[in-house]
Write a protein that binds this ligand. Structure first.
Ligand code: G3P
Length: 220
């Protein structure tokens, strides 16, 4: 399973990539807006930090404009994946851009039917939003399971990028469901490290080590 960091914040990207476990980055217009830097400049900086697929989202809403904007975004760096929303125009743009050889991430996917459309349009990634479905009382993880099964049934090449993951359990459950990628904010990956028995065990190991070696030092 690949781990993508869902952020446009450079400090978070630097910290997480130093762990050596981040395979790519997803951004969206809300995340870019938070950083207060023009999209092109911020995406270029992100590409300098992480060597992997970097999703950059179009803000045009009409297919022709999305295609033009997508091509411009792809010129920023070889690792850019053009992100388009799952609308009629987005699917049209995805088909055209995919045929031209661009990698496209179809985002804002909330149903298995929508995921089928993305696969049929040749998407490189589809992004089903788990947390936002949970927010409205639906079962976000069930959507991941359905899409993985449907794509396997027909050997679709589109990869399932589980998005809007908000907790460590979301990451684990996405992995169990067979998602190819999980994208989550920094704090979610940071939380994956935590276990009280790891802390307790390490504390004991170090105490035992120091006890033995401090005694040896005294004996010498
Ligand atoms: O990648 C999509 C993600 O940014 C949405 O997450 O937590 O705003 O639903 P969230």
């Amino acid at each position: 399973m690949k781990f993508f960091l869902d952020t446009a914040n450079l400090d978070e990207l630097k910290k997480a990539s130093a762990w050596g476990i981040i395979d790519g980055v997803t951004t969206n217009p809300s995340l870019i807006a938070k950083e207060g830097v023009p999209i092109e400049e911020q995406i270029r900086r992100i590409c300098d930090i992480v060597d992997g697929d970097i999703s950059a989202e179009v803000v045009a809403v009409e297919a022709g404009a999305m295609i033009r904007e997508g091509r411009e975004l792809a010129r920023i760096h070889k690792n850019i994946v053009i992100k388009v929303p799952l609308t009629r125009d987005g699917i049209k743009a995805c088909s055209a851009l995919s045929k031209e050889g661009y990698k496209v991430n179809v985002t804002l996917c909330f149903s298995a039917g929508q995921a089928l459309l993305a696969a049929k349009a040749g998407a490189y990634f589809v992004s089903p939003f788990v947390g936002r479905l949970d927010d409205i009382g639906a079962d976000g993880m069930e959507l991941i399971r359905q899409i993985v099964t449907i794509y396997q049934n027909y050997s679709f090449k589109t990869q399932v990028l589980a998005a809007s993951l908000r907790t460590p359990n979301h990451v684990i459950d996405s992995a169990l469901a067979g998602a190819h990628i999980g994208t989550a904010p920094f704090k979610v990956f940071d939380s994956l490290f935590n276990h009280p028995l790891t802390d307790k065990g390490l504390d004991q190991f170090l105490k035992d080590h120091h006890k033995a070696f401090d005694q040896q030092t005294v004996a010498v």
